[in-house]
Design a protein around this ligand. Structure first.
Ligand code: GLU
Length: 414
């Protein structure tokens, strides 16, 4: 399908598409539209740092495909951001939005910084600078950004304000994941975890004694911390959690409520290493624990060719984007480890983002119950669609999810 001459911006997208192609599940000719991202924006803009020095900031926004509507996807701030990764994430967003049956295309943005190295004033300059660079290609009916790794409701607020200034109008629907007072939706902050929670609850509904189900969660940020707490609160046994530096472990189950309060009670988020009375475990070892459900909820590519053989969980629920590499997936499937893919497991975030956009455009504010009920209906609909195709055609869940999503996008080929 691809020749040497084709410039491959996103090797991971290429390998996913080739898998689909090889299984003859979709029309090869039509699939050509996925070969490269539809639109790539790249900027190198200066900011003046607190010490008066100039720094050049590298930023991206990629629209992978816009067949189904305006672009939609978050912006991440991370030191490893690069064009290939942003493109891959934009590709995943195209599929995720389509699978959840949202009328949006897929996009993603990134800024190559470690936000911990910058003051609040500097982060505001970077956020506003991002909008100044790309505003022509952003907007409620063009491409709608949102939070992603290391980006917060406060950052969304700065970006919205910058867009309003430039366009001399009020456009809360320009961006989602805002604070409630800026036009944010109830439930958006917990929605990524909530979506996965509804899926896990559905999948394990026959198990009466939830305590029997052992869980490890990698990542204790917004998504990881929340899913650990939700599952703990209804009786699942969470035996390990971690942040980017350390993990904590207890084979009998951790008191997640206590840990969550410790980490999040005060304004400064605490590190898990500051917890004294629990056994420590490395991130690598956490992934290799013998559990029923492993939830990678941090960054991509944490389960690779290198460690896949040592993974002992029965099931992986991908709360992060792209935590399992394609080569690792082959090994895991051989070992009969099932994977609920990111585009299903973490679609809760973008689903509620789209609810936020809708509320902004209609000038409405929905209750938390209404938001959660709508989220549950939407994500479980996608879950049942993937489940039935996977069972009917004997496909891994990711492939089934990709087929459904891609077919829907290709229907809109012009
Ligand atoms: N960053 C989230 C994701 O990867 C949410 C995107 C959005 O809300 O647009 O799905």
């Amino acid at each position: 399908m691809y020749t040497e001459k084709d410039k491959v911006i996103c090797p991971a997208c290429k390998s996913e598409l080739e898998k689909l192609h090889n299984t003859n599940l979709v029309d090869e000719e039509k699939l050509k539209i996925f070969k490269n991202p539809r639109r790539i924006l790249e900027a190198h803009f200066p900011i003046i740092r607190d010490d008066g020095k100039i720094e050049i900031i590298e930023a991206f926004r990629v629209l992978y495909n816009g067949n189904r509507g305006p672009g939609k996807g978050g912006i991440r701030f991370h030191q490893d951001v690069n064009l290939s990764e942003v493109s891959e994430l934009a590709f995943i967003m195209s599929l995720k939005n389509s699978l959840a049956d949202l009328n949006f295309g897929g996009a993603k943005g990134g800024v190559k910084i470690n936000p911990r190295d910058y003051s609040k004033t500097e982060l505001e300059k970077i956020s506003r600078g991002y909008v100044k660079e790309f505003f022509n290609y952003l907007g409620p009916q063009i491409d709608v950004p949102a939070p992603d790794v290391n980006t917060t409701p406060e950052i969304m607020g700065w970006m919205m304000d910058e867009y309003d200034k430039i366009t001399e109008s009020k456009n809360p629907a320009f961006i989602t994941g805002k604070k409630i007072e800026d036009g944010g939706s109830e439930g958006r902050d917990k929605s990524t975890a909530m979506g996965a929670f509804y899926i896990i609850q559905e999948k394990y509904k026959e198990v009466k004694n939830k305590q029997e189900i052992k869980i490890a969660v990698q990542g204790f940020g917004n998504a990881g911390g929340t899913i650990a707490l939700l599952l703990h609160n209804i009786g699942y046994t969470v035996i390990a959690v971690s942040d980017s530096k350390t993990g904590i472990y207890n084979s009998e189950g951790l008191d997640i409520e206590k840990i969550y309060n410790f980490v999040y009670r005060e304004e400064r988020k605490k590190r898990l290493s500051e917890i004294q009375d629990e056994e420590k475990i490395s991130n690598e070892k956490l992934l290799e624990l013998e559990v029923d459900i492993l939830i990678p909820a941090a960054l991509g590519d944490v389960i690779t060719f290198e460690n896949a053989e040592r993974i002992k969980t029965k099931e992986i629920v991908e709360l992060a984007n792209g935590p399992v590499s394609p080569r690792a997936e082959e090994i895991l499937l051989e070992k009969n480890i099932s994977i609920i893919p990111d585009l299903l497991a973490n679609a809760g975030g973008v689903i509620v983002s789209v609810f936020e956009w809708e509320q902004n455009l209609k000038n409405e504010h929905w209750s938390l119950e209404e938001v959660n009920q709508k989220l549950k209906d939407k994500i479980l609909k996608a879950y049942f669609e993937v489940k039935s195709l996977a069972e009917e055609r004997q496909l891994p869940w990711r492939l089934a999810a990709h087929k459904i999503a891609i077919d829907r996008i290709l229907e809109k080929n012009k």
